[in-house]
Design a protein around this ligand. Structure first.
Ligand code: ZN
Length: 156
């Protein structure tokens, strides 16, 4: 990949990188791979690397023993790719409840656990595709489509 200045960019590993702005919560990531231009100093992070880090941050947030804070709850919802309204619908709640725990009111222990479980389920999917995919199977006799759950062996 080339820098804005036209120079080819080199792969560099940084010991620490402040990911707070991207994650929306205070987080530092170690051993991060970026591309850097030796000439003008431009730095780029590949999308795959950003995704990998966001997954690691999500897992770290899920594994924290403390109750989720407002920023963490918002981060986890973002990781699910859901709006406040969509998350509320999935959890059978009013949108106001989700908005409240992302601002001042603490999240309830039950909602905290459900949100973490939803994120864990997503993290278990192979790049959000089909570790647990529903597949349409057509058989000749009888002639009807059967939906079955396909489960792949988990990589160790
Ligand atoms: Zn450059």
């Amino acid at each position: 990949m080339k820098s804005k200045c036209g120079q080819k960019m080199n792969k560099v590993v940084l010991d620490e990188y402040d990911f707070s702005d991207l994650a929306g919560l205070p987080v530092v990531v170690r051993d991060i791979r970026i591309l850097r231009c030796a000439k003008c100093g431009e730095e780029l992070m590949l999308g795959a690397e950003t995704d990998r880090i966001m997954k690691q941050v999500a897992l770290a947030v899920v594994n924290r023993p403390e109750r989720l804070g407002a920023n963490e709850a918002r981060f986890l919802r973002g990781h699910l790719g859901l709006t406040q309204k969509e998350l509320a619908e999935r959890m059978g709640l009013h949108k106001i409840t989700v908005a409240a725990w992302e601002s001042k009111k603490p999240i309830s222990p039950q909602h905290d656990h459900i949100l973490r479980a939803m994120v864990l389920a997503k993290l278990m999917r192979k790049d959000s595709s089909d570790l647990l995919a529903l597949e349409h199977v057509h058989t000749a006799k009888p002639r009807r489509a059967v939906r079955r759950l396909v489960v792949e062996r988990l990589a160790s």
